[in-house]
Design a protein around this ligand. Structure first.
Ligand SMILES: [Zn+2]
Length: 358
């Protein structure tokens, strides 16, 4: 299985780079127009019609090929004649762009140039991965960036298989509780109640400034959720060694009782963060059916139980503990039981996390 990570690195805006981007932008529009006019969607077929013209503009042959390919891709997806607003150049690594001794060597219309380049510490761990893609991009404010996509093969199935199984319960009182007795996000419930109170007050007011404040508040709350989810997932993954078992939330959504709180916190986002962070370490993720994980006793598996203010007690064996912890035990056990019965749940892991920021 392949895992990917993208590093966005700012580079200095040299005149040659800006000029190359401009020429490339025009060349791309030219290729798109030609492909559209001639109804060509294949880059090899388009090549003889445009290549010489692109070369005459000063583009290096690698960039010409990239441009033709990109144009065909755009025409393939387009329903009306495409107009390119901003072009980004896909560089072939290491042919048309390379890194050496903190210098980035890029081919431009004025030949190859070398610019100083430093990789931030947070991306250094990816340097021994393979580079799959490198993209030169300019943003609205005219700042230039290089986007490197790193990839690595991980063998999540064979490594660590069946060693330590970690069940994770997600819930209202605690955002996440793991079966090795870790509790995360205890104070979130209070914050959420406070926020909801403020929202209802602002909604009741209904003035223009109240509406503006509401928008700001919702934006800030979203950022806070993402930040918290990143923190929790980082802590969970850093301590786990074997398999991580979580509840399949698509089942939960069908259950009317849970619908209310599932929408109040980005739980699916938390799961996806745990997923991609785990995959990078070669840890496998398994999803189980959450049916009655919080009602069942984790010792005798009876359903004759009582739950009161976050506390769980079994009415049969008198076992008592925190109700979220009990659920996380059940989740881990559910996976172990299916393994013993031979009915292996297929891991629902995604390997597409190129868009995920870190
Ligand atoms: Zn019991």
């Amino acid at each position: 299985m392949k895992v990917r990570a993208t590093a966005k690195i700012k580079i200095s805006t040299e005149v040659e780079i800006i000029k190359t981007l401009k020429v490339y932008h025009k060349a791309l529009q030219f290729c798109v127009d030609q492909a559209w006019k001639r109804k060509i969607k294949n880059n090899i077929k388009l090549h003889p019609f445009v290549y010489k013209k692109l070369k005459s503009k000063g583009l290096q042959s690698q960039l010409c090929i990239a441009c033709i390919k990109q144009a065909c891709g755009i025409v393939k997806r387009a329903k009306t004649k495409p107009i390119i607003q901003r072009a980004s150049i896909r560089y072939n690594f290491p042919r048309s762009v390379s890194m050496k001794n903190n210098l980035l060597s890029i081919s431009t219309i004025k030949g190859r140039i070398k610019i100083p380049f430093s990789i931030p510490d947070c991306y250094r761990k990816y340097l021994n991965w393979n580079i799959r893609e490198s993209l030169l991009r300019i943003d609205k404010r005219g700042r230039c960036f290089f986007l490197f996509t790193f990839s690595k093969d991980v063998n999540a199935k064979s490594s660590n298989f069946h060693k330590g199984v970690l069940g994770i319960d997600i819930g209202v009182n605690n955002i996440a509780v793991t079966s090795d007795r870790q509790f995360f996000g205890k104070n979130i419930k209070q914050l959420r109640i406070k926020k909801e109170k403020l929202v209802s007050e602002l909604q009741a007011k209904g003035t223009k400034s109240a509406k503006r404040k509401l928008i700001r508040l919702s934006g800030r709350w979203k950022l806070f959720m993402t930040w918290t989810n990143h923190n929790i997932s980082k802590k969970i993954v850093s301590k786990s060694k074997g398999i991580i078992v979580m509840e399949d939330l698509t089942h939960i959504r069908r259950n009317a009782k849970y619908i209310k709180w599932v929408h109040k916190w980005a739980f699916r986002q938390l799961q996806s963060f745990i997923e991609y962070k785990a995959l990078r370490k070669g840890i496998r993720i398994v999803y189980v059916n959450p049916y009655k994980t919080s009602k069942e006793c984790s010792v005798c598996h009876n359903e004759l139980t009582s739950r009161h203010s976050g506390f769980f007690q079994c009415l049969v064996c008198r076992h008592s503990l925190n109700s979220d912890l009990n659920a996380s035990y059940n989740i881990a056990q559910r996976y172990k039981r299916t393994m013993c019965l031979g009915a292996v749940t297929h891991p629902n892991v995604s390997n597409n996390e190129a868009e995920t920021s870190f």
